[in-house]
Design a protein around this ligand. Structure first.
Ligand SMILES: *Cc1c(COP(=O)(O)O)cnc(C)c1O
Length: 424
């Protein structure tokens, strides 16, 4: 029997999965989402993700495909590429990477040989696994040298970057982070890379939305290649993006396909195109500016509530709380807050004396709450929720009672009800 004769909607076809999705919708509506890598996409982005484009194979690039039936996919992918180039001012864009990690592997495959020396910010200092951390393919197939932050102020130590670069002569230097609360000095990195004749690759997975919205300097003029995710501050679908100068366009495209991937996820490409259009609107500039203003206000309020922040604040969308003085670990704190309806993640802090699985810090991001319409005046309230939860856990051996947690969940859901979650 053809599927069309019996093609019920999800709610009828699979009540188990449908129920779980509805539960997740509700959870995202009612909880305070502060995970720095997450956001709420628009309804338009969600609709593009859930389209017939998922049915289509399209290995290759527009005009040079290995399949027929490309009358829609070719113009669609060209549209996504043109919008990405215009949004970021890039000479070339590849919108096919399945996510941020494959995008980074493609940059390395394009610009380096296996065994070449690469440099990146170490994971405990706020870097990403794919910048050469030892358990990552990027640390296994390449000779990885890691730079860090200064012990005195927890800022990236450019003198150390220069010294290591001169000593190890890397083929490529990564600049980018997953947990660094300050603006990156792209021109300074470019100067160091030029001194040792290395490629400079920026990974703006976290700050892409801020860059697009003019709230963080752009790496594009300073880098040979720039990779990104599209789902963090950029507020698009889960996906990856690489931009580069014309000179490296062929190598980057070849590395993504056929070097690393098969068919692109066309439904994601469509959703990216939608997100790039959204990010080019004046309202997105307001969003990006407000993300930074909210993060600064939240950081100030958390410090006011007696919590310690790494570097004493933030210039971007994220901050790192050092829980050492409270007596509870980051994992214990994050678990307690999750029960209270506050979603964030534990994170290593620079020079952490605890293990990565149970580190000393909490990472907090302001992008998702900004997408719901929260503004700096609401941040003291959020800081109050967070510090109340931390204090309660700290005074109860890391535990929060169900009574306390339920009261917090109720207060938070009530507060958030005034700020509709986009897309849901
Ligand atoms: C999130 C992130 C990635 C990886 O993205 P995935 O989509 O999870 O693979 C890469 N680099 C940085 C800096 C990130 O923060």
């Amino acid at each position: 029997m053809p599927m069309t004769e019996r093609d019920p909607s999800l709610a009828v076809a699979d009540t188990e999965v449908n129920e779980l999705i509805l539960q997740e919708d509700r959870r995202q509506r009612e909880s305070l989402r502060l995970i720095a890598s997450e956001n709420y996409t628009s309804k338009a982005v969600l609709e593009a993700c859930a389209s017939s484009l998922t049915n289509k194979y399209a290995e290759g690039y527009a005009g040079k495909r290995y399949y027929e039936g490309m009358s829609v996919i070719d113009p669609l992918e060209r549209l996504a590429i043109d919008r990405a180039k215009s949004l970021f001012g890039a000479e070339h864009a590849n919108v096919q990477p399945y996510s941020g990690s494959p995008a980074n592997l493609a940059v390395l495959l394009a610009l380096c040989e296996p065994g070449d020396t690469i440099m990146g910010l170490s994971l405990p200092a706020g870097g990403h696994l794919t910048h050469g951390w030892k358990v990552s393919a990027t640390g296994i197939y390449y000779n990885s040298v890691q730079y860090g932050v200064r012990e005195s102020d927890h800022l990236i130590d450019l003198d150390q970057v220069r010294d290591l670069a001169k000593q190890h002569r890397p083929k490529l230097i990564w600049v980018g982070h997953s947990a660094y609360p300050r603006v990156l000095d792209f021109p300074a990195f470019a100067e160091i890379a030029a001194e040792v004749d290395a490629y400079l690759a920026a990974d703006i997975a976290h700050v892409a939305g801020l860059v697009a919205g003019g709230a963080h300097p752009s790496p594009i003029p300073h880098c040979h290649a720039v990779s990104s995710t599209t789902h963090k501050t950029l507020r698009g679908p889960r996906g990856g993006l690489i931009m580069c100068r014309k000179a490296h366009a062929k190598a980057i495209d070849k590395a993504v396909f056929p070097g690393l991937q098969g068919g692109p996820h066309n439904h994601t490409t469509a959703a990216m195109a939608v997100a790039f259009k959204e990010a080019a609107q004046p309202s997105f500039r307001d969003y990006a500016t407000t993300v930074v203003a909210n993060a600064k206000a939240l950081a100030e309020a958390l410090i006011g509530a007696g919590l310690d922040l790494i570097t004493g604040g933030t210039d971007n969308h994220l901050m790192l709380v050092d829980l050492t003085s409270t007596g509870i670990s980051g994992r214990v704190g994050a678990k307690a807050l999750d029960r209270c309806g506050i979603e964030l993640n534990c994170n290593s802090i620079p020079f952490d004396r605890r293990k990565p699985f149970d580190p000393s810090g909490l990472r907090i991001g302001a992008a998702a709450v900004t997408s719901r319409g929260l503004r700096p005046e609401h941040m003291p309230m959020l800081a109050g929720f967070i510090s109340d939860g931390v204090r309660e856990a700290a005074s109860n051996d890391g535990q929060v009672s169900e009574e306390f947690a339920a009261r917090m969940r109720g207060e938070i859901a009530e507060f958030l009800a005034e700020f509709p979650a986009p897309g849901l």
